[in-house]
Structure formats: structure tokens, C-alpha cells
Design a protein around this ligand. Structure first.
Ligand code: ATP
Ligand code: MG
Length: 321
């Protein structure tokens, strides 16, 4: 299976992005990209986009992804090219039913057309590399289903071209919650000063303070219980994800919240500090970062070219001889 996965440069990366994505970018045959094209489906500021693209790419390299696996989506034109071909394969009706579009864009006059067609570009991300299984969180299920439908439809109408991907539930589906609002997901596009969001590149003392101030409840009983104790449960899940333990068993080792928070802070920093050190080395050497990204770009261009060409010719594009 070829792993393909993207991170949008829509904010400074969080602990959630690391535990749920970054640290799993380990497949030597993988394609891991900064999804800058996807980051333009909502209002954006060009300078901020460019800065976040560099920061995100550098973090992806610092996290230890294998050589040649990291690139910037817009550096590989095949993504946008195939995205357009897939727009010509999809229907307005099915795109209108996408939950993300319904929630973020429908009935708003300033909604960008790209938010509407976003699932076609995401289908291109997946189909370009011949991936047969796509591990995603629940929020992306519907988009991968669409990629499947488009691949099947394309193959039927224009001839066998794409591998039809399967949706697989992400194993170990870590979903880090916001420390201040533990019923909500931690997201990098939350406000820059949101106290519940742990940013991978924040100073360690700031991160420790955030963990110590995490919202819990008034019981002072450490128990894994998603619905009754979302704050404590989130802390246990984070501790487990950072130390490799089991969140339910870990609970029995604590009699109060203070000790739990202090251990969570230590565990989080033991994961984040080495990453910050690697990041600092790379960030001080932009030429090396450029070189590594060029390597990833060239490999992705080479890997995606045959399938793009096959799709173009199957659809009758270009002058035939
Ligand atoms: P945005 O708010 O812009 O959507 P995000 O933090 O949700 O930002 P994405 O770019 O949408 O990040 O997703 C990048 C990767 O990080 C995906 O693989 C996604 O599943 C993972 N991810 C995002 N948030 C979390 C989280 N809280 N816990 C675990 N994984 C997460
Ligand atoms: Mg997201």
C-alpha cells in the first residue's frame, strides 16, 4: 500500500497534527505533501500561506519522514491537472451533498468555487499515486467515498485507468481534543492565541503551562470516561499516545489531577522537544530544506506522470497522431 497524506498550511501545527499524522509519515514509498492548494479554498493571506507552507514542510522533514517523501502540492502540477479532469467527471449534485461544503460554504455568496470542487482535487491527490487503501478519520470518509465513485465512473466511461481505493478506518485513530474545550477537536486553524491548542513550535514552558491549565472537572477522580469526563479522558489519551501505554490502565496510576497533568506535560515535551531540535537544525539551513523538497517534488512528479498522461489520453485530450 502506498501512503498518501496531506497537511494544509492553515495554521501553526498542533500536537494533534503530530500524533494523528506527522509521526506516522514513515513509509519509504509514501507521498506526504503540504496541501497548499487546499488551503486556498477559504479566505487566505498570501504571505501567511507562504510562511506556513515553509514551516509545515520543515516540520514534516524534521519529524523523520524518509528521504524523497515530502513535497509541496503546488510544486507537482499533476494534482491540479488531474483535479480538473475529475471535475469533468463529477456532478454538481454529488458535490452539493458533501457535508463539509454544506457546513462551511453553501448559501454563502462569497464561498469560493474551489471549496465546492475541493473533493475533486482531493480525489486527484489519492488517485494519482495508485493508492489502494486510504486510512482517514471520520471527517474525510465521504470525500474518499467520492474519490472511489469518481475512479469507478472514470474507468467505466474512459477505460481502466485508476486503482479504486478502499476506505480504511485509521488504526489507532488518535483524536486529540482541545485542552480548554475538550469536547472539540484540537485544530491548527483555531485562533493563534487559543489556550487549548498546543502548537508544536511553542516554547516548552508555554506548553507545560497549557497542560497544567487544561480544563478537567470538579471530581478529582482520574477515570477514562469519554462522555462524563472529556477533559481527563483527553489527557489520558494524550499520555497514552506519547508514552505508548493504554489510556484506561494509565488512569489507575493516579489519585488526583495535579500528578496526571504534570506527567502529561513531561510526556508531551518528551515528544515535542526532539522534534523542535530537529526543526531548529533544518530551519537554520534553508538551502537543505529546498533541496529535500526538490527531491520530494521530483519523485512525486515522476510517480504521478504516467497516470496523469493515461487519464488525459483516455479523455481524448491533445492532438492525436
Ligand atoms: P484545519 O483546522 O485547517 O482543518 P487541522 O488541524 O484539522 O487543521 P488538517 O490539515 O485538516 O489539520 O489535517 C492534517 C492531518 O492532521 C490529518 O491527517 C488529520 O487527520 C490530522 N489531525 C488534525 N487534527 C487532529 C487531531 N486533533 N488529532 C489527531 N489528528 C489530527
Ligand atoms: Mg482539518
Amino acid at each position: 500500500m502506498t501512503a498518501v497524506s496531506g497537511i494544509m498550511p492553515t495554521g501553526r501545527l498542533t500536537l494533534g497534527n503530530h500524533l494523528g499524522a506527522l509521526r506516522r509519515f514513515t513509509d519509504r514509498g509514501g507521498f506526504y505533501f503540504v496541501a497548499d492548494l487546499h488551503a486556498m479554498t477559504m479566505r487566505h493571506v498570501p504571505r501567511r500561506l507562504a510562511a506556513l507552507t515553509r514551516e509545515t514542510a520543515t516540520l514534516m522533514l524534521a519529524a523523520g519522514s524518509p528521504p524523497g517523501t515530502v513535497f509541496v502540492q503546488s510544486d507537482v502540477p499533476a494534482h491540479a491537472q488531474l483535479g480538473y479532469l475529475l471535475e469533468c467527471t463529477s456532478y454538481v449534485g454529488e458535490l452539493s451533498r458533501m457535508i463539509q461544503y454544506k457546513e462551511k460554504g453553501r448559501d454563502r455568496p462569497m464561498t469560493r468555487a474551489s471549496l465546492f470542487t475541493y473533493p475533486c482535487l482531493m480525489a486527484a491527490d489519492i488517485l494519482l499515486y495508485g493508492t489502494d487503501r486510504v486510512p482517514v478519520g471520520d471527517d474525510q470518509d465521504q470525500h474518499v467515498e467520492l474519490a472511489r465513485d469518481l475512479a469507478i465512473r472514470f474507468n467505466r466511461e474512459y477505460g481502466e485507468t485508476f486503482v479504486v481505493p478502499q476506505v480504511v478506518k485509521a488504526a489507532l485513530a488518535t483524536r486529540v481534543r482541545d485542552l480548554a474545550t475538550p469536547t472539540a477537536k484540537m485544530s491548527k486553524s483555531d485562533a493563534d492565541d487559543a489556550v487549548g491548542t498546543i502548537r508544536l513550535l511553542d516554547p516548552p514552558d508555554v506548553i507545560r503551562r497549557q497542560v497544567m491549565r487544561a480544563v478537567t472537572d470538579s471530581e478529582n477522580e482520574v477515570r477514562h470516561d469519554e462522555s462524563a469526563k472529556p477533559g481527563v479522558t483527553n489527557l489520558l489519551e494524550i499520555l497514552a499516545a506519547c508514552t505508548g501505554g493504554d489510556p484506561v490502565q494509565l488512569a489507575s496510576g493516579y489519585s488526583g489531577y495535579g500528578a496526571l497533568k504534570s506527567d502529561v506535560a513531561d510526556a508531551v515535551l518528551s515528544v515535542i522537544e526532539p522534534l523542535q531540535r530537529e526543526y531548529a537544525v533544518l530551519a537554520s539551513d534553508p538551502a537543505t530544506v529546498d533541496e529535500l523538497l526538490a527531491h520530494g517534488r521530483d519523485r512525486a512528479i515522476e510517480a504521478s506522470a504516467p497516470r496523469l498522461r493515461a487519464a488525459q489520453s483516455a479523455m481524448g485530450l491533445g492532438v492525436s497522431r
